[in-house]
Ligand binder design. Structure first.
Ligand SMILES: [Ca+2]
Ligand SMILES: [Zn+2]
Length: 466
């Protein structure tokens, strides 16, 4: 009985009509013996050739990727192999977010050019009844197909090695081979988008805690044989399945640390920056918005209770229009460890300035303060350690002509000089900002606040800076 069961099931060819008819009859047979034995592993493959790919990775017989399968919260570890690209995180494989186009290195995991693949281990945290393991890839020509072996383990056998070294024979350290996948064999003319679903005619592949993907390149004729893997799903028996997110990353909504302001960070036009936006930019905004509001308070002023930051390809660095900051994601991408966050902090100060009322009320605030105050807050409060506008910075630029209205960093340096020498109470910036906002700023304000005229302060500052 057991033998019959296995023999019949192994005849089933996935993805063909005749296979389905046979499968139906096999299931009838299986009902009698499913409790007694494990049936056979079925590997089902879905393909789309170039130009026919779908954003949702929809295939005729392979389920679409999911954002709440057991892999979502699993721990992924790279056991061997050299990952490629600027973002080598394995998170991309189980974040439930799909690439938007056929060649998107930031949303795919792949091994370095010219290397022979590698091994990825997945720890589900506890043994689970695994119904399917599904893998998805997308890239034209030789980086679209999938070639790998899937191993699994409950992790309980004597001599089990959870993180085997490169080259270790897995079946000798507690791992069971579940499937050999090679999508090339049934699609020799190639495919750009692939979905592979590994399942078992018995209903579950097994009760496993660990999975191991031993991934090979699709060819070695040139350096571009390592597959762009988009998502790996591990579907538990009877678990609800939500589809993965297509068309990029949705905007994230955060709140300032005091709960006062809601901020939307929209990187839908640059999904590659979404991790940075969530992990680096968002915490800086959460912490610094209330501080900026405090430095720029004025009687009766209600700071914006919401604003948005849009990261998208564009020109220059960034600009602010009302409650909307638009930052050039191309520039940001090259400055993630440099100026990126500071530049956006500068724009957040513009959001809080709200000088429009002042313009209608008499005296236009001067441009050197409109730009100097944001750079003062950025370089002397937010990131003094960057030395982006202080004496260290100035001394590297000896020949630069100095005047208080030199804009940006120069004006910021002037403001710092005046604050340091004439403003022990640290209220000067707030008072200058208030005057700009109310439309009653004149250069006479400096005499009032410091006892010296603007031109006297300017002369003094220049002498001290040189
Ligand atoms: Ca997933
Ligand atoms: Zn500015």
């Amino acid at each position: 009985m057991i033998h019959t069961c296995k023999a019949n099931a192994s005849v089933v060819k996935s993805g063909t009509n005749s296979g389905r008819i046979q499968l139906t009859s096999v299931i009838v047979l299986l009902l009698g013996c499913a409790l007694m034995t494990k049936a056979d592993i079925q590997t089902t493959i879905g393909y789309h050739k170039e130009g026919e790919e779908t954003l949702s990775f929809t295939f005729a017989k392979v389920p679409p990727p999911s954002r709440n399968d057991a892999a979502t919260t699993a721990k992924f570890s790279l056991l061997s192999g050299e990952p490629a690209g600027d973002n080598t995180s394995l998170d991309k494989l189980h974040d439930g977010i799909l690439p938007q186009q056929a060649d998107e290195p930031m949303q795919n995991f792949f091994f370095a050019s010219g290397t022979a693949g590698g091994r990825i281990q997945v720890d589900l945290g506890a043994s689970k009844k695994i119904k399917q393991v599904n893998t998805y890839s997308w890239h034209p020509t030789t980086r679209g197909p999938q070639v790998y072996q899937l191993f699994a383990s409950a992790g309980t056998a004597d001599g089990f090695i959870s993180h085997p070294d490169k080259g270790v024979a897995l079946e000798q350290c507690g791992w069971t081979r579940i499937a050999r996948v090679d999508t090339r064999s049934s699609r020799p003319d190639g495919s750009a988008q692939c979905g592979v679903s590994i399942a078992d005619t018995a209903g579950v592949i097994g009760n496993y805690r660990y999975l191991l993907f031993d991934i090979a390149p699709t060819e070695s004729n040139d350096d571009f044989g390592n597959t762009f893997y988009s998502e790996i799903d591990v579907v538990e028996l009877n678990a609800p399945v939500l589809p993965a997110l297509t068309g990029g990353v949705p905007p994230i909504v955060i709140h300032s640390s005091d709960g006062y302001c809601e901020v939307t960070i929209d990187s839908t036009k640059e999904p590659a920056l979404s991790d940075w936006a969530a992990q680096k930019l968002a915490p800086a905004i959460v912490e610094w918005y209330p501080k900026i509001v405090a430095m720029m308070s004025s009687e009766g002023f209600i700071a914006p209770k919401n604003f948005s930051i849009v990261l998208r390809p564009g020109d220059g660095v960034a600009y602010t229009s009302g409650n909307r900051i638009v930052a050039n994601s191309v520039w940001l991408g090259g400055e993630l460890k440099g100026e990126a966050i500071g530049a956006i902090i500068h724009e957040v100060v513009h959001v809080v300035q709200q000088y429009d009322g002042g313009r209608n009320n008499g005296h236009n605030p001067p441009a050197w303060l409109i730009e100097g105050i944001p750079d003062y807050i950025r370089f002397f409060k937010y990131e003094p350690q960057s030395h982006g506008a202080d004496l260290v910075w100035l001394q590297g630029r000896k020949k630069m002509p100095l005047n208080y209205d030199g804009m940006y960093r120069i004006s910021a340096n002037f403001l710092d000089y005046v604050v340091t020498h004439y403003d022990p109470a640290q209220t000067l910036i707030t008072k200058v900002n208030t005057a700009c906002r109310l439309g009653d700023y004149t250069d006479g304000l400096w005499q009032e606040l410091t006892g010296k005229s603007l031109s006297e302060l300017n002369t003094e500052w220049k002498a001290a800076a040189n």
